[in-house]
Design a binder for this molecule. Structure first.
Ligand code: TRP
Ligand code: ZN
Length: 871
């Protein structure tokens, strides 16, 4: 049981700060056991604030050494220190407060605040880590200019970095040296960063559109310095793209990125000094997959784009997180779409949204993209705030058009550069720039849950009119049982019998609970193509027949909907097989289904990447979302049955295509969209073939693994083998281990593969791997690779009916919670949706949640998730 209940913070309780900071000067004396932080801040009381209002500072786990107000030591009654901060009384309207504290970065396992990773110092201040460094008004609406001086042993820490420009450096007599950095831009404390260590860097330059030269540097330990080129090229592409698409230029003379091995999330946009999880920086053909290459480019872009959407215009408070994250994810999605394949990117993003965000929306932690309350803000860095937030931004663009959206962005920056604002300000800029009323659109920020849109169609042959009837609803979520109708842009087309578009693509504005739209001069009864491009984050239903879906798969001019028709067909088939299985009825696939897949596989006019997407069945998690109450074992069996049946029926086509694509891919590795697409389709073929019990195929896998000229092909072959009980599996896994044991990022792949195997004994294997010399529970990447993969990407074994997967997870969560609550709180989430499972599993999951909740000393992070799950 927890000691005190964590407090809930409410959006409606927001009040503006009473004191602003005119300037802040920090001095860090980095030591081997502790670090001394001196903080000199000039505070200014806001006009209209009562003179006796105390100055409120946040601070956690700090040793207070000295405190002086306007140069004079404070007396006991002049201030009061609590567990979470300090109040300073009787301050003048303008004052200088000097505070000296001691902290222990070497003991900091939470990876928040100042900590060490691989012997180097680094910081993570978002969201509220700065208060673990010094006493300060650590809230995003308090912005100031920072001067940071760093003192450290010169030999151990030759590189000393912080935000902004280097304005001084020197040596001290005792073997230490120092550097001073000044950041001319006002920023909140969460964007502060400090790095000190034995680092090398690669350097490049970028000339901005107005002709300014910017120095670009990526810092890393020496042994990874040769793996930074892709990240550097990605950064330059991102800088160029933001100038072209949004007219946004970089604003400092230097942009630095530091790669660290121990990091709670992907990366962090600190002003002028990004800190990155090393897995999102390092790439070489031998060590990184196509997916790694693409996500490195996307995240480098994401953090760079934050410089305007997040840093120059920041958040008023943490409820507004989606203001910067939803918008910046939208921007990074557009960046990837413009540089690679737009439809493929859209399919991947929607797949991810449906799998993860729809599940979150259906869970006890469902929240609007702008939550109204939270206990622990770190728990709200969610797929809802990020990915659904990006969908909400995308809907503005769908409603206003690209030009209208750009006008809104321009006005947003014109009005709010240098400010800390709320999501309403973004909506107002979009509305005002376009002279439209978007007030109903606000509901997307305030209501949680995935809206459902049910569509039916009437065709009147005599009048030649076609009418679509749309009905929207939204399930109850914790914050509200009843929902008001959303403004939903529904992009639609109508297909004639020859497959041609009859009305092009039209964006319907669904504003009411029920609404009908009639199209004139429709000469024949069409097949509707609905929600083209996934124009809104909703579940849309329409009573499609199998024949209509097959027709759309072939003819829809919207590539996304062609893919989605296939997904609908697959899901219908899976659900009917699950029914048959439950009734112990005969099991089989219709000829129509198999030939639809054969048509995709053999259609050489179709883009490789899109064919690969179309051949990919909905995941077990996707199925579990729809097939309630879920039985993960039954789902696994049915999905594997379809795979195996398709593989056997289409074996000749699969083998021919595999051989053809394999032969085409013999040149040098390049992560361009065409080559990536070719490898995806080839490896999808191999994965299907792996479902056939045949030693010849296992040998093909082993051959591909051994001869692969890149990590994509090696991993794809190994992934197939990892799910098969055969000698080739052991040989390849052992070989991989021996070849890559010196490279922690590559070993994460090895851990992950074994954790996601469907073979019996996988949990025991995961437990054995926890003891492996290269596993380290303090490293979040390792935890995600082994524990996270097992609990989130191996439903078959995680949901073993005997509850062993659940017990394992509980033990890991409690072990992690004592050192890194943020990671523990991520790992506990697979238990959250316990209500959706069949009774035996549901009860076992619930029991684990109760056990965790009762654990003494539990963090507020984990407490919030488990307590809300049990309501
Ligand atoms: N702002 C970061 C991003 O999305 C997210 C982030 C990085 C973060 N590290 C964190 C959030 C630690 C909370 C805690 O780019
Ligand atoms: Zn972000």
């Amino acid at each position: 049981m927890r000691e005190g209940q964590p407090k809930t913070v409410y959006l409606q309780d927001y009040t503006a700060p009473s004191y602003r900071v005119d300037a802040l000067s920090l001095v860090f004396e980095l030591g081997e056991t502790s670090t001394r932080v001196t903080n000199v801040a000039n505070y200014r009381r806001e006009a209209g604030v009562a003179a006796n209002t105390p100055l409120e500072l946040y601070g956690e786990a700090l040793e207070l050494l000295e405190i002086r107000l306007n140069g004079l030591p404070l007396q006991a009654g002049d201030y009061q220190v609590t567990d979470t901060g300090m109040s300073v009384y009787n301050v003048s309207a303008l004052c200088t407060l000097e505070i000296v504290t001691r902290i222990y970065p070497q003991k900091n396992t939470s990876l928040e605040g100042l900590y060490q990773s691989s012997g180097n110092f680094c910081t993570q201040c978002e969201a509220q880590g700065f208060r673990k460094i010094t006493y300060y008004p650590d809230r995003p609406d308090v912005m100031t200019v920072f001067t940071t001086q760093i003192l450290a042993d010169k030999q151990k820490y030759p590189v000393l970095l912080s935000n902004g420009n280097l304005t001084g450096s020197g040596e001290l007599a005792d073997g230490r040296h120092w550097a001073r950095w000044e950041d001319p831009f006002h920023k909140p404390a969460y964007l502060f960063a400090l790095v000190a260590g034995d680092l090398q860097h690669v350097e490049d330059h970028y000339t901005t559109s107005s002709g300014r030269d910017v120095t670009l540097r990526i810092y890393t330990e020496a042994h990874n310095i040769d793996k930074c080129d892709h990240a550097m090229q990605s950064l330059k592409r991102a800088m160029h793209w933001d100038e072209q698409r949004f007219g946004l230029e970089y604003d400092l003379d230097i942009y630095m990125i530091v790669a660290v091995d121990d990091f709670n999330m992907g990366a962090m946009e600190n002003k002028g000094l990004n800190v990155f999880n090393s897995k999102l920086v390092f790439a070489s053909p031998a060590t990184a997959t196509d997916m790694d290459y693409v996500s490195i480019e996307a995240v480098i872009g994401h953090e760079y784009f934050h410089n305007w959407t997040g840093n120059r215009v920041t958040c008023r408070d943490w409820f507004q997180l989606s203001l910067k994250e939803g918008l910046t994810v939208f921007r990074d999605q557009e960046f990837t779409s413009d540089l690679h394949s737009r439809p493929v990117k859209r399919i991947e993003d929607v797949r991810m949204l449906r799998t993860n965000q729809f599940a979150e929306d259906a869970s006890p932690m469902a929240h609007p993209i702008r939550p109204a309350s939270y206990m622990e803000i770190n728990n709200f860095y969610t797929v809802t705030v990020y990915e659904k937030g990006a969908e909400v931004v995308r809907m503005y663009q769908t409603l206003l058009g690209r030009d209208g959206f750009r006008k809104g962005m321009d006005l947003y920056f014109q009005r709010h550069d240098g400010q800390a604002v709320a999501t309403e300000n973004f909506l107002a800029a979009m509305a005002d720039a376009n002279g439209v009323d978007l007030s109903q659109f606000q509901r997307w920020y305030d209501q949680a849950g995935t809206p459902q849109v049910a569509v039916t169609m009437d065709y009147d042959a005599a009048a030649q009119t076609c009418t679509l009837h749309l009905r929207q609803s939204c399930p109850a979520t914790p914050e509200a049982a009843e929902k008001l109708p959303f403004l939903i842009p529904v992009a639609v087309g109508l297909l004639g019998s020859n497959g041609q578009d009859l009305i092009g693509t039209q964006v319907l504005r669904l504003t009411d609970a029920e609404q009908s739209f009639t199209f004139e001069q429709v000469a024949e009864c069409p097949v509707p193509s609905l929600l083209r491009g996934f124009s809104a984050p909703v579940r849309l239903s329409y009573p499609y027949t199998t024949a209509e879906l097959v027709f759309l798969m072939k003819h829809d001019s919207d590539a996304f909907n062609r893919w989605d028709a296939g997904q609908r067909l697959a899901m219908q088939t899976i659900l009917s097989l699950l029914d048959a299985q439950q009734q112990q009825a005969a099991f089989g696939l219709e000829h129509e289904f198999i030939s639809a897949y054969q048509a995709i596989l053999t259609d050489n006019t179709l883009d490789h990447a899109l064919r690969a997407e179309a051949m990919t069945l909905p995941s077990e998690a996707d199925i579990a979302e729809v097939a309630r109450p879920s039985d993960p074992e039954a789902i696994h069996t049915v999905r594997e049955f379809i795979h195996a049946t398709l593989a056997k029926a289409l074996r000749l086509d699969l083998e021919a295509l595999y051989a053809d694509l394999h032969a085409q891919g013999q040149g040098d590795y390049s992560p361009d969209a065409v080559s990536i697409g070719r490898r995806s389709l080839k490896n999808v073929c191999l994965a299907y073939l792996g479902r056939i019990q045949d030693d010849g195929i296992y040998e093909t896998c082993l051959q591909q693994y051994r001869n692969a000229g890149n990590m994509t092909d090696a991993m794809a072959a190994l992934a197939v083998l990892s799910k098969i009980d055969c000698p080739q599996r052991e040989e390849a896994l052992q070989h991989f281990h021996d070849r890559w044991q010196h490279d922690p990022l590559v070993m994460d792949k090895w851990f992950g593969l074994q954790a996601t195997s469907s073979l019996p004994g996988t949990l025991q294997q995961v437990q054995t791997l926890m003891q492996h010399a290269l596993f380290d529970i303090r490293n979040p990447n390792k935890v995600r690779a082994l524990v996270g993969s097992f609990a989130m990407r191996n439903p078959l074994h995680f949901h073993a009916q005997d509850g062993s997967g659940y017990t394992f997870l509980t033990e890991r969560v409690l072990e992690l919670d004592a050192m890194n609550p943020q990671i523990a709180s991520r790992m506990v989430r697979p238990l959250m949706n316990w209500r959706q499972y069949e009774p035996t599993r549901s009860a076992a999951m619930k029991a684990q949640l109760e056990q965790i909740k009762a654990h003494s000393g539990l963090s507020g992070d984990v407490y919030e998730i488990v307590s809300k799950s049990l309501v």
